[in-house]
Design a protein around this ligand. Structure first.
Ligand code: SF4
Ligand code: ZN
Ligand code: ZN
Length: 311
């Protein structure tokens, strides 16, 4: 199989685009897709300071590498969840990456340790407040990400969510007709409260497979194992179903998600969006200042319960 852009042997076939690329042409294709996402969704400009949430996995490390290669001012935050060997191994990958790719470009890695800051790892905290681990984890990660962005005056927060993640999330929301979640899903989420950074997903035009191939070609070493808490998650099931559809009918994932974005854009231009409505409802938490619909945010409530259970 030959590359469609040059006479070299291809390393990846991309059926949804009826094409195949060699390593260097794949690198160019992936970076162009990211640049297009940034421009069409007006995510940020070269003057903005970006904070990338990194986990040690292929998506977040690849995103950080691409932003640096494209010349953006991107630092990263790693939140150490304290999940035994998994957290130790993923942190090692992030630190190795930072040494190899980020430090030579004067980019910084910030690390927050949940055990040190909250007094217990994510599993213990979730048990203390009787919440599923992933739900407690989501609240804690969001809190730290927001807090660090605010304290260090970053303009934008970027995550490594890709087309597979977004299509699977959309499928989950549609299957349950969770309309308020549908309204809040998108690659560019404006700041919910004045003074907070917006959230963007520059990899939304790329599949997991394309990102894994990019990481391999560009020698990005990442943690391959999934977080042990992800076992049995609905998201993995939705991804599997979408992959089966994609094999039978290439382009399904892209059409499903991109058509949704088109519909959302049309609706936004004719009616006030849910995000706009949210902005009027959200207010700073009285304890920590994070955006919340109540008087005290979910994080502060959760930590207060955990602390009283620890005493
Ligand atoms: S799988 Fe759950 S616990 Fe693990 S990182 Fe994801 S949200 Fe957190
Ligand atoms: Zn080529
Ligand atoms: Zn709070």
């Amino acid at each position: 199989m030959r590359c469609r852009k040059c006479p070299t042997r291809a390393v990846i076939k991309i059926p949804r685009h009826h094409t195949a690329f060699c390593g260097p042409c794949l690198t160019e294709f992936v970076r162009t897709q990211v640049q297009r996402a940034i421009k069409t969704e007006r995510m940020f400009t070269p003057d903005d300071r970006i904070l990338v949430a990194v986990s040690g996995g292929k998506d977040s490390l690849t995103l950080w590498e691409i932003l640096l290669a494209l010349g953006y001012r991107a630092d990263a935050l790693y939140v150490d969840l304290g999940i035994g060997g998994y957290s130790a191994r993923s942190r090692e990958k992030v630190e190795q990456f930072a040494q190899q790719f980020a430090e030579p470009r004067q980019a910084r890695l910030l690390v927050h340790q949940i055990k040190e800051e909250e007094g217990a790892g994510i599993r213990e905290l979730a048990d203390l407040v009787r919440r599923p681990t992933c739900s407690a984890c989501g609240t804690i990660k969001r809190y730290h990400f927001n807090r660090v962005a605010l304290a260090n005056q970053y303009d934008v927060m970027a995550t490594g969510h890709n087309l597979d993640d977004e299509a699977a999330r959309l499928l989950g929301n549609v299957l349950r007709w969770q309309e308020d979640y549908l309204h809040k899903q998108g690659p560019n989420l404006p700041a919910s409260v004045e003074g907070f950074a917006k959230k963007v997903k520059p990899l939304y035009r790329l599949t997991e497979r394309e990102i894994a191939a990019y990481a391999l070609v560009n020698r990005i070493d990442y943690i391959v194992e999934e977080c042990p808490m992800a076992k049995g998650s609905k998201m993995l099931l939705y991804k599997d179903v979408l992959n089966r559809l994609e094999t039978e009918s290439p382009g399904t994932k892209q059409t499903f998600y991109w058509r949704f974005l088109e519909r959302q854009a049309n609706q936004t231009s004719t009616a006030p969006s849910m995000q706009d409505t949210d902005r009027t409802v959200l207010q700073p938490c009285r304890l920590c200042g994070q955006p919340t619909t109540a008087d005290t945010c979910m994080y502060c409530k959760m930590m207060a319960r955990a602390k009283s259970a620890l005493v």
